[in-house]
Design a protein around this ligand. Structure first.
Ligand SMILES: [Zn+2]
Length: 172
């Protein structure tokens, strides 16, 4: 078995899927089901660490919203959520976001328009509070993303941004 990648803290690892495929031979229905199971499990383990590494590299380890540049505080966020058909683990469906902006994006506190401008949910804009709300959230409203991949082909897919932004508008 070939171990290609390991993230012990997440208990994830990557093995060569061709090796997993070779574990059982094609033919009977049972081995075919086992084979599909192994391939599926392998793909699930495969995509998360590779997705994270690809997205963080593309964004040069910076949060797209605030430019924070510390890998331990950054996530690779999905634009269309993981598990949905369009929610593929591709860099074009990804954004490097710091923990707070990732949570804000996933809970529709923060939206990203297809033209790459940040919006903050209307009720938060009325609130007065500490520096995270004032600078970290309200201060980003109406601002363009601060970090984007240099390579055009790695930038966020407009259709997926549009789909996600429509949900942000509906939730707000
Ligand atoms: Zn951020």
């Amino acid at each position: 078995m070939y171990l290609l990648w390991e993230e012990p803290e997440l208990q994830q690892f990557v093995i060569d899927p061709d090796v997993a495929r070779g574990l059982v031979s094609k033919g009977s229905q049972i081995t075919e089901q086992v084979r599909r199971y192994i391939v599926r499990q392998t793909k699930q383990r495969l995509h998360q660490p590779v997705f994270r590494a690809t997205v963080l590299r593309a964004y040069e380890t910076r949060c797209a919203v605030c430019a924070l540049g510390h890998a331990e505080l950054l996530d690779a966020a999905h634009i269309v959520p993981d598990g949905e058909e369009a929610g593929i683990a591709s860099v074009r469906n990804g954004l490097a976001l710091c923990k707070i902006h990732h949570a804000a994006y996933d809970s529709s506190v923060l939206g990203i328009r297809p033209d790459l401008v940040v919006e903050i949910r209307a009720d938060l804009l009325e609130e007065v509070d500490g520096p995270m709300l004032e600078h970290g959230l309200k201060g980003r409203h109406g601002q363009r993303l601060m970090a984007l991949p240099k390579v055009r082909a790695e930038r966020p897919d407009t259709d997926r941004l549009e789909e996600r932004y429509t949900r942000f508008r509906a939730d707000g």
